[in-house]
Design a protein around this ligand. Structure first.
Ligand SMILES: Nc1nc2c(ncn2[C@@H]2O[C@H](COP(=O)(O)OP(=O)(O)OP(=O)(O)O)[C@@H](O)[C@H]2O)c(=O)[nH]1
Ligand SMILES: [Mg+2]
Length: 333
């Protein structure tokens, strides 16, 4: 039996080892996560995302220092989707966050992206749960907002900070459009650089053109389960709406960071008071439950059907002797 007590009482070495188990999806990790689950749900999950090099790590570093000054404990998950193990970004993050080292109220974990599809988002969510159970007040997840798995990671955050910087080329416009949708707090960092005014103007326009606040507050999770339940028994809608504030920072100097912290805390208060927190959590849990049921059903189905039969069916599909819909029904029946 996994004993959650040392993790709950803050044993860092055991916590670090547990996070490795979680990354590797071991049976012990499943047992541990089950034992820790009743102790989760307290931490404020903050996502920090944006195009490469906009200053996310610098901002996280300063934000963490500000939270520490306010007496809050902080765990940071730095997700590095592009450069597993060898990348400069990871090293850069470590150096940048050096001034946080030695503080018992801060815990930093770097994660390299995994080969498995969807694996990164799952591992990050589970690691966040463990850090939540371990008692950190704030769990900050830094991701480069480029792909689906980053958007999935952002979905699990209560509050998402999107970091922009002036003078980004056209190649990141797509990234910007995609992640604007998920922003609860928008930050233009590198406000000491030329082009800040233009960047702010462009963002203001994009924000006005973007989906209305209601849609932003309700991050559409592709959960059929939630949809199904919501139809049977609609939940009361959150009353108030949140309009993402647009802020400027010079992260390397800590300039503008207190205002970011304030906006993040205001967003948290909004989530609590409006009931949106409970609703989002319910949606997220429906999504997770659905994903896990799907995975489990698929895995047991795969074992039952076996490779030989699957190969045979695929041959038939390719020869147009059978159609996929009928094949699926036959294989399940
Ligand atoms: N001039 C200026 N430079 C900054 C500012 N914030 C960060 N930088 C610099 O920009 C570079 C990238 O900063 P990071 O904090 O690593 O940015 P990041 O978004 O975490 O980068 P990736 O994780 O690699 O995507 C570093 O050289 C920082 O020193 C700022 O406010 N002004
Ligand atoms: Mg970084």
């Amino acid at each position: 039996m996994f004993d959650p007590a040392p993790i709950l009482s803050g044993d860092r070495r055991l916590l670090a080892r547990l996070l490795t188990q979680i990354e590797n999806t071991t049976p012990l990790a499943d047992e541990a996560l089950a034992a820790l689950y009743p102790h989760t749900g307290r931490a404020h999950l903050i996502g920090v995302t944006g195009a490469p090099g906009t200053g996310k790590s610098s901002l996280v570093n300063e934000l963490t220092k500000a939270y520490r000054r306010a007496g809050r404990t902080v765990a940071i998950i730095a997700v590095d989707p592009t450069s597993p193990f060898t990348g400069g970004a990871l090293l850069g993050d470590r150096i940048r966050m050096r001034d946080l080292a030695g503080d018992a109220g801060v815990f930093i974990r770097s994660m390299a992206s995994r080969g498995a599809l969807g694996g990164l988002a799952r591992a990050t969510a589970d690691i966040a749960k463990a850090l939540d159970a371990a008692g950190f007040d704030k769990v900050i997840v830094e991701t480069v907002g480029a792909g689906q798995s980053e958007v999935d990671i952002a979905r699990m955050a209560h509050t998402t900070i999107v970091v922009e910087a002036p003078g980004l080329g056209d190649d990141v416009q797509g990234i910007k459009a995609g992640i604007l949708e998920i922003a609860d707090v928008l930050v233009v960092n590198k406000a000491d650089q030329p082009g800040v005014e233009a960047a702010l103007r462009a963002l203001r326009v994009s924000l006005e053109l973007a989906s209305p606040p209601t849609a932003r507050a309700w991050r559409d999770l592709p959960s059929q389960l939630h949809h199904h339940l919501a139809q049977a028994r609609p939940l009361p809608q959150a009353e108030a709406h949140w309009t993402p504030p647009l802020l400027q920072t010079v992260a390397v100097e800590g300039q503008g960071v207190p205002a970011v912290l304030e906006a993040v805390e205001q967003h948290r208060a909004y989530l609590h008071e409006s009931g949106a927190l409970r609703q989002r959590e319910r949606e997220r849990l429906a999504y997770e439950l659905e994903a896990r049921v799907r995975d489990a059903l698929f895995a047991s189905w795969l074992v039952r059907v076996g490779h030989r039969q699957l190969d045979h069916i695929l041959d038939k599909l390719q020869k147009r002797e059978l159609d996929p819909h009928t094949a699926a029904r036959q294989l399940i029946g």
